[in-house]
Design a protein around this ligand. Structure first.
Ligand SMILES: Nc1nc2c(c(=O)[nH]1)N[C@H]1C(S)=C(S)[C@@H](COP(=O)(O)O)O[C@H]1N2
Ligand SMILES: [Mo]
Length: 241
């Protein structure tokens, strides 16, 4: 990306966050904000706020599209049931007891599309550059504000699970709102293949492959840190790069 589009990207991400009441939420986060005592007016505090708010939006590197390859199909937990894309729905459990909503793939594809060429990195030690396309979670939430309450309170965590609940991933809301966090339906210009997570998977390239949940069945906005398949087996919950 050019410097200008990178900047626009960042500002766009922060604007989306602000629109979601995210500023207010971020300011309440001890893990994110490291400002002792009440917020002070003045330059120093402003600089620290800016640095803190920008750090979660550090971008994973992007690559020229011609470097993209097909990754190894790795990990099939939660992909054992037969897949019927026409019958598939994304089940979204909104924050704070909002009614469950279901989305078809066509409804998700009607939202703004984002394409990016990033590295998929597995903790086993391999990595592959891949072009992904889908809808940013921030763009989904801008259209369907299911993570927020009327009070502008925002869910602190997101839980993603396969339709059979066999594989599951937890994200903190800063990671979920990152501008490169996609609900992804295309790999290298083609609809996702079943072994790569058709019809919809998560892509969040600041984290290892274990977080890139394939075949999303449920997306839930929740108050408590959700269970995570590999964290339950001894890996770091954040799995950040
Ligand atoms: N449902 C599901 N998603 C999953 C896994 C899995 O076992 N089940 N494995 C993860 C791991 S460890 C990696 S490295 C990536 C690999 O994605 P790929 O198969 O498209 O290369 O998927 C992740 N998503
Ligand atoms: Mo992996």
């Amino acid at each position: 990306m050019t410097r200008r589009s990178r900047r626009t990207f960042l500002v766009g991400g922060l604007a989306a966050l602000a629109g979601l009441g995210g500023w207010r939420w971020l300011l309440g986060q001890p893990e994110v904000m490291d400002i002792p005592g009440p917020l002070r007016a003045g330059l120093e505090a402003n600089a620290r706020v800016a640095a803190t708010l920008l750090s979660p939006t550090q971008l994973a590197p992007e690559f020229p599209r011609n470097q993209a390859r097909t990754p190894r199909a790795n990990g099939s937990v939660g992909l054992k049931q037969p897949l019927d894309v026409a019958a598939w729905r994304l089940r979204v459990e909104g924050f704070g007891g909002q009614p469950v909503r279901e989305f078809s793939l066509a409804e998700l594809q009607a939202l703004p599309r984002t394409e990016m060429t990033t590295e998929l990195k597995c903790i086993e030690g391999w990595s592959t550059v891949v072009t992904w396309a889908g809808v940013r979670l921030t763009d989904f939430l801008a259209r369907y504000p299911l993570a927020t309450l009327p009070s502008a309170e925002i869910a602190p965590y997101v839980s993603l699970r396969t339709p059979d609940d066999a594989y599951y991933v937890g994200l903190d809301m800063v990671s979920a709102l990152h501008p490169q966090t996609l609900l992804c339906y295309e790999m290298n210009g083609r609809p996702l293949l079943p072994e790569h997570g058709a019809p919809l998977r998560l892509i969040t390239p600041r984290k290892y492959g274990i977080k890139q949940l394939k075949r999303i069945g449920t997306l839930a906005f929740v108050a408590e840190r959700p269970a995570d398949y590999w964290a339950a087996r001894g890996y770091d919950w954040h799995a950040s790069l």
